[in-house]
Design a protein around this ligand. Structure first.
Ligand code: NAG
Ligand code: NAG
Ligand code: NAG
Ligand code: NAG
Ligand code: NAG
Ligand code: NAG
Ligand code: NAG
Ligand code: NAG
Ligand code: NAG
Ligand code: NAG
Ligand code: NAG
Length: 450
């Protein structure tokens, strides 16, 4: 039922030529930073607006799912790390702490209906970024510890009852998608393991990264450096849904790059990371920029899919940093994407607005809209793509640790660097957020039926 249902429109229509652009000089750090600032500010303005309307810290309103808030905060954390503009840090810290949940592992009980393994790991990866940029320490515990908690609970969920392993997409039996083993949950678990291995030097994480990667290949979720959507575990994972997404491809590329680094360029990881970098070209439009080809060419990307390029550009930038052997080809994609993104955003007195398509070979004809008007994903995509150009000069994550096993001292960087970490009073009821929890996770329903 998952295979072959995607009616691909081969119709070709040009993007309307009238859209305004944001001017960006991809060779100037100042230009990249100032455009990033405009985009980040517009995301935070939307967040502030909704927070004021009685939202609990850490959420964006419907139709944006909980996972996308995790992505948004991760992007803003990286914005700080890449630009040193700390003006949003207090709000970011508060948001993460508020969504931590009872187990300190980003599983708030009131998000149960939208909480799959992949949703959880978006927040876990954000917490790891907070650790890397040394965001002021939370009120208790540490950003690293929270990410490790996500890893630990997911490792405990590794499911050998079907398909010889793998994470199920959903955590709870009552959520639709419980029988689906998907490349996003498994890819992000792989990536979390690889990032933790790189940051802590702990070999247990590297062993898991090897194990998860090997399983995804054995089962066919990853094949010949292409990453496919997922598979039904009631059919022994024998049928694969072959839709491919930019985000998952890039996350596997990043995980492979980190394992290449961790293993000191072992032959197998060298082949794997170059293989992924090579096959990344399937997502490039005719100007070299990323396209979400599974849905962009027929204008059918849903609210989730419209944020995938934010994930992809971040992971490609991090991969280039970890594995210099693939940096040139990934930077070519990133530079074209940043240019394409700027060309498809506009900054007027009403604020900044972006559309999805970055390439003239994309058929997506959606309009430039602001985050508040429904294009949060598009604005995050542009922010992530443009600030990605700053990664080669980033002072994080620190490359001083790896296979040597020493611990990155950022781990213990204290709570002394400011008072921004304290969460506001908790538990203030919110009817809007309560209604969000009623929305059943259909995050990938469109992907399945395309
Ligand atoms: C620019 O963005 C605004 C919204 O901020 C929008 O109303 C306007 O149509 C956009 N301009 C173009 C040329 O797309
Ligand atoms: C980052 O910003 C802080 C002030 O917020 C400043 O003290 C520090 O020097 C800046 N660091 C760099 C590398 O620019
Ligand atoms: C949901 O749970 C989190 C974590 O326990 C809490 O911070 C938040 O206030 C709760 N309420 C809503 C409506 O999100
Ligand atoms: C902050 O660090 C100090 C010294 O390292 C410690 O005594 C204190 O408990 C910490 N505070 C919090 C809120 O973690
Ligand atoms: C390495 O990580 C694993 C998994 O979290 C943990 O059980 C183990 O104690 C860690 N080992 C060291 C030496 O920190
Ligand atoms: C790569 O090679 C190492 C050393 O032989 C091995 O331990 C690891 O499992 C391999 N990983 C993969 C994904 O093939
Ligand atoms: C299920 O798939 C696994 C892995 O491909 C294989 O080892 C096993 O034999 C299969 N079991 C059945 C009942 O088909
Ligand atoms: C990647 O592409 C380069 C150049 O096209 C080629 O030499 C190399 O063998 C490819 N690597 C893999 C692993 O496919
Ligand atoms: C950024 O890094 C590149 C090389 O990686 C270097 O040439 C350039 O001067 C750096 N720019 C800044 C502003 O540090
Ligand atoms: C980490 O901090 C400890 C204690 O302050 C110090 O002995 C050690 O050398 C540091 N390690 C690194 C990699 O900086
Ligand atoms: C957060 C942190 O420790 N940053 C350091 C990472 O390494 C670079 C270069 O070694 C330093 O300049 C940063 O201060």
């Amino acid at each position: 039922m998952f295979v072959g249902t995607c009616a691909l429109s081969l119709a070709f229509s040009l993007i309307t030529g009238s859209a305004a652009a944001i001017s960006l000089d991809t060779t100037s750090q100042d230009s990249i930073k100032s455009v990033s600032k405009v985009l980040a500010s517009s995301v935070v303005a939307f967040y502030d607006e909704t927070l004021k309307e009685d939202l609990v810290p850490g959420l964006f309103p419907e139709p944006f799912y909980w996972w996308e808030a995790g992505l948004a905060f991760n992007t803003l954390i990286e914005y700080y790390g890449l630009t040193n503009d700390s003006q949003f840090n207090a709000r970011i810290s508060q948001a993460l702490q508020h969504q931590l949940g009872e187990l300190a592992a980003f599983m708030p009980q009131n998000q149960t209906s939208t909480l799959g393994n992949s949703d959880q790991s978006f927040w876990g990866l954000a917490s790891l970024s907070a650790h890397e940029v040394q965001l002021s320490a939370p009120a208790s515990g540490s950003w690293l510890e929270y990410a490790q908690n996500v890893f630990d609970v997911q490792a405990a969920r590794w499911n050998t009852e079907s398909c010889d392993g793998g994470l199920k997409w959903q955590i709870f039996t009552f959520n639709a998608g419980y029988n689906y083993k998907d490349s996003e949950s498994n890819g992000q678990f792989f990536l979390l393991a690889a990032r933790l291995a790189d940051l802590t030097g702990n070999a247990t994480y590297a062993e898991w990264a090897n194990k998860v990667y090997t399983w995804t290949n054995d089962i066919g979720l990853v094949s010949n450096f292409h990453v496919y959507d997922g598979t039904d575990d009631t059919k022994n994972c024998s049928q694969i849904n072959h839709i491919q997404w930019t985000s998952r491809h890039a996350e596997f590329t990043e995980g492979a790059a980190l394992m290449y680094k961790f293993s000191n360029a072992a032959k197998n990881w060298t082949d794997i990371v170059t293989g992924f970098a090579n096959s990344s070209s399937i997502f490039q439009g005719d100007n070299g920029a990323l396209t979400e080809k599974a849905c962009e060419r027929n204008s059918r990307c849903d609210i989730d899919q419209r944020a995938f390029k934010a994930i992809a550009t971040r992971s490609f930038a991090r991969a280039a940093l970890a594995a210099p052997i693939v940096a040139d080809s990934l930077h070519a994609i990133l530079t074209a994407s940043a240019k394409g993104a700027a060309e498809n955003c506009n900054d007027s007195s009403e604020g900044v607005a972006c559309s999805l398509a970055w390439s003239t070979s994309s058929n997506d004809d959606s309009e430039q809209k602001s985050a508040a008007d429904g294009n949060l994903g598009e604005v995050l995509n542009a922010l992530s793509a443009i600030q990605a150009l700053l990664w080669p000069n980033a002072s994080f994550p620190n490359a001083t640790v790896g296979s040597t096993g020493t611990t990155n001292n950022a781990t213990t960087s204290g709570n002394s660097s400011g008072s921004t970490g304290a969460p506001e009073s908790r538990g203030s009821g919110s009817t809007l957020a309560a209604s969000i929890t009623l929305v059943l996770a259909i995050a990938f329903a469109t992907a399945l039926s395309c």
